[in-house]
Design a protein around this ligand. Structure first.
Ligand code: MV4
Length: 446
């Protein structure tokens, strides 16, 4: 096991990782930008290093400063959290070249899954169900038209280097396809530096279901069931829950065993999430995330497994403490992402937190980094806190979430707490199984 770990992140996830490290007896190094000197993650770490000015390129993405900080402090490993450098295969490789451990998958797997055409091809070969479409990059308009006619319109043009919903376009016929293809390619080139695109049948109103896996170097490839992340707006998840309501157990178990076999075939290491679209009883693989995810706590609450602890253990070469047979999800868990944002236009809001009163009580967990008097900087993402409510049943979890949303006080800054109350008390949400279009279609009438 490592003696000292550097946490290359900020905010609630840096706090979360610091907790797991200290519980393992690992000494922690926080890094921070100038604006973050008074941040919670800096205060609770054993040591801290200021690695640069506020813009992320100069601080949290500054790979050279981060490696220098490891050398100065003697940290043996780096936990990247989510976002920032968490899916940067070159950074993972750089660390290896410096004899430092990247707490995450092998850099070759990060790279492979970052290329969405390659990821889909690989998963398809392992028997994972995928969306009908092109199995390789689109060569030209003629190629695009042939494939689209074969699978039938509407189709989706997707950037191979995209992901998370950026660089996509729905087209309804041949004419739109011819017009949009060069535009999507140009956008892909300027956003991601790679103009490769592929085509898929457009799935109209699916749910977003994802499967959590964890793998070690001792031949253990384990799934930790699924999460439903369909309540989203502009590709930002708002509410997530586990397990996904109303999906046939047998279908899920079949999918899990395919996912586990795929991980075995790859020789995957660490935490991973396979993202699926789910419509009319069928799962379709979209992409694989090779990082710890924002919504990991709902899986932790259901399985009683500390994912960050296990992630650190497997990265240091240890065995996962449990086996597949002993993973038994119990109850239901819901996460509300509490953002600093305007309730009308959803623009991020910055300012100083006045009174902060966290909710508590049975079944409530709040992952946050804010405190009364904390000044929220405008440079970084607007996630303030994750409220995780767990109960015996889905209904119980919803009741607990609503109860604690009424208890929480975050003064001095605009938040989306009222939006969460409306979502959780709506009939559509209570009935379960809303699609990825539901929030955007219903947000004004909630
Ligand atoms: C799709 C799709 C419909 N059909 N692919 C969005 C994020 C990226 N992972 C892929 N995404 C989608 N791919 C096909 N063939 C709809 C989406 C999509 C989406 C998926 C999950 C959660 C939210 C979403 C919001 C908009 C579009």
């Amino acid at each position: 096991m490592f003696d000292k770990v550097l946490i290359a992140n900020r905010g609630e996830i840096a706090v979360r990782i610091n907790r797991a490290c200290q519980e393992l007896g690992i000494s922690t190094v926080a890094i921070h930008s100038e604006a973050d000197v008074d941040s919670m993650h800096v205060r609770i770490a054993d040591e801290s290093v200021c690695i640069g000015p506020n813009p992320v390129n100069k601080s949290y993405l500054n790979t050279h400063s981060i490696i220098a900080a490891c050398e100065i402090t003697g940290a043996q490993a780096v936990h990247p959290g989510y976002g920032f450098l968490s899916e940067n295969s070159s950074f993972a490789k750089m660390l290896q070249d410096h004899k430092l451990t990247f707490i995450g998958p092998k850099h070759s797997h990060i790279e492979a899954m970052g290329d969405k055409i390659q990821a889909k091809k690989m998963m398809k070969e392992f028997g994972v169900p995928t969306v009908p479409g092109s199995d390789k990059a689109i060569e030209d308009k003629k190629d695009a038209i042939n494939i689209s006619k074969e699978i039938g319109f509407p189709v989706l043009i997707k950037a191979s280097a995209g992901g998370g919903g950026r660089g996509m376009k729905v087209v309804n016929d041949e004419k739109e396809l011819s017009e949009s293809l060069p535009i999507v390619k140009q956008e892909a080139l300027s956003f991601f530096g790679n103009d490769a695109v592929y085509i898929e049948k457009f799935i109209d109103s699916p749910r977003h279901i994802e499967v959590q896996v964890i793998c070690d170097t001792h031949g253990n490839f384990i799934h930790l069931h699924e999460r439903d992340c369909s309540v989203q707006r502009r590709n930002q998840k708002v509410v997530e829950e586990a397990l996904a309501p109303g999906i046939d157990e047998e279908k899920k178990e079949k999918l899990f065993s395919i996912c586990v076999k795929a991980m075995q075939n790859m020789g995957y290491l660490g935490l991973g999430t396979l993202e699926f679209l789910y419509e009319n009883g069928e799962f379709y693989f979209m992409e694989m995330n090779t990082r710890l995810q924002v919504e990991h706590p709902i899986t932790e609450m259901l399985t009683r497994i500390d994912l960050v602890r296990e992630q650190i253990c497997v990265a240091s070469g240890e065995k996962i403490f449990t086996t597949q047979e002993n993973v038994r999800p119990l109850g239901h868990s819901i996460e509300c992402r509490i953002n600093a944002e305007n309730s009308e236009d959803f623009k991020p809001s910055a300012g100083t937190i006045g009174l902060f009163h966290p909710p508590a009580g049975n079944g409530i967990r709040l992952d946050t980094f804010i405190y009364s008097g904390y000044k929220v900087p405008h440079y970084y993402d607007n996630l303030l806190a994750k409220l995780i409510a767990t109960g015996r049943t889905r209904n119980h979890a919803i009741k607990r979430a609503l109860r604690s949303l009424n208890e929480i006080v975050i003064d001095g800054i605009e938040t989306n707490i009222e939006l969460h109350k409306k979502i959780l008390s709506s009939n559509d949400f209570k009935n379960g199984s809303v699609s990825i279009n539901w929030l955007e279609n219903n947000i004004t009438s909630l």
